[in-house]
Design a binder for this molecule. Structure first.
Ligand code: SF4
Length: 388
């Protein structure tokens, strides 16, 4: 019997759903620059804010599940660069925030300004006190790691390093929801039931916190958010202990406390029919939004309207999962192609598309030597990793 020669070890590239695929879609060139260095970005405002909200919600859930303090929880943040106030309780959002800020600081991440930090505490307080009473009782597990292996499409044509890739991620929250169709006072459960009529029984629902406003339905982030939870759903069903996944829920925390720029965007999206949650005609929320002008105080929108803007439910089924995962496969193929082109050319810039949007470019460390920061020069952005 002739023994076949041992095959060489094959490199299986590993991709994080948020750290790689969504980052690459945000800007290909920025993604490449960050991956060439282990240093965290120097002004990671989006990163810091999102991670601060995640950290506070995670810690608040742990406290709620052990000692169950009644809502609303107090919020007395440590004043900027001063000593913490005395006499705060363990569930004070200021105390929770100190721990989260300290952890992020140790990783080299801090708020860009005092305003950013103050704003983060306001939103964290709203997230805990307005979403927490509905979300925390549904949580089955938090920070759930998921992993799966997928095929890279056209791997030979793209000169990919492998035919397969490993996809991994961390689901913020997995909830165990009993769907019955009966009306409930839990706004998150009610939103899931409204979006998944006809389902009954026990299901998992995947929840992801977003440190951002609800995007316009025409923005790439709208579709990418859907792909993200659909793909988490696919990864989750690879785990032995999972129940059927009914839906994903994105929680857009900024909607709980909008600032002026959020209202400018909302008014524009309402007039262009580019958002799916608007105040009903004739309501105080509708009047306040129509009457608001830049420079005016932010109106006191109702809790119901703010929660409706914050909660987005995306039903998950095998067809929608296949669409989302196939799209992320194409993103991986696109990254692999850039890697191969750079290896041949020996240069970064021509092989990774500088395609950040206005907000991404404004906070980007590389904007001073980027060949095409926002607003992009006409005709310069070739091969941008737009939505596949
Ligand atoms: S400045 Fe903008 S386009 Fe250039 S690398 Fe940064 S995010 Fe990308």
């Amino acid at each position: 019997m002739v023994l076949s020669k041992k095959r060489g070890n094959e490199l299986i590239p590993q991709y994080s759903l948020t750290g790689d695929l969504l980052s690459y879609l945000r800007c290909g060139l920025q993604y490449r620059y960050h991956n060439g260095s282990s240093l965290p970005p120097s002004r990671p405002v989006q990163l810091w804010f999102g991670e601060f909200i995640h950290g506070v919600m995670e810690a608040a859930y742990r406290i709620w599940s052990t000692t169950n303090p009644a809502f609303p929880w107090p919020s007395n943040p440590t004043p900027y660069r001063q000593a913490p106030p005395k006499g705060r309780s363990a569930h004070d959002i200021g105390v929770i925030g100190d721990v989260v800020e300290g952890t992020l600081m140790a990783q080299g991440k801090s708020a860009r300004s005092r305003d950013t930090r103050d704003n983060a505490y306001v939103r964290a307080q709203k997230a805990v006190n307005e979403l927490g009473p509905h979300l925390f009782p549904l949580i089955a597990s938090a920070e759930e790691r998921v992993i799966g292996t997928r095929t890279i499409p056209n791997s030979s044509a793209n000169a990919s390093r492998s035919q397969l890739y490993e996809l991994h991620g961390i689901i913020d929250v997995v909830t165990d929801v009993q769907l019955s169709g009966a009306t409930t006072k839990n706004v998150i459960k009610q939103a899931i039931q409204d979006s998944c009529p006809g389902l009954s029984g026990n299901y998992e629902v995947i929840v992801d916190y977003k440190g951002s406003r609800r995007p316009a339905t025409s923005e790439p982030y709208w579709q990418q958010g859907e792909w993200q939870v659909q793909t988490y759903g696919w990864l989750r069903t690879r785990q032995a202990n999972s129940l059927p996944v009914a839906a994903g829920v994105l929680l857009y925390v900024n909607e709980l406390s909008p600032v002026s720029s959020d209202l400018v965007s909302l008014r524009r999206e309402v007039s262009n029919n580019k958002t799916d949650v608007i105040p009903a005609n004739g309501t105080p929320d509708s009047y306040a939004l129509n009457a608001w002008r830049t420079g005016n105080a932010i109106p006191n929108f109702s809790l119901a309207f703010r929660l409706a803007r914050a909660i987005r439910v995306i039903p998950i089924d095998p067809t929608s999962q296949a669409t989302a995962t196939n799209n992320f496969d194409k993103v991986v193929a696109s990254i692999e192609q850039c890697v191969a082109q750079e290896a041949v050319a020996g240069a970064i810039n021509p092989n990774w598309a500088p395609c950040g949007d206005e907000e991404t470019c404004a906070a980007c460390d590389f904007r001073h030597f980027c060949p095409s920061p926002y607003p992009h020069k006409k005709g310069h952005v070739v091969g941008a990793p737009s939505a596949p």
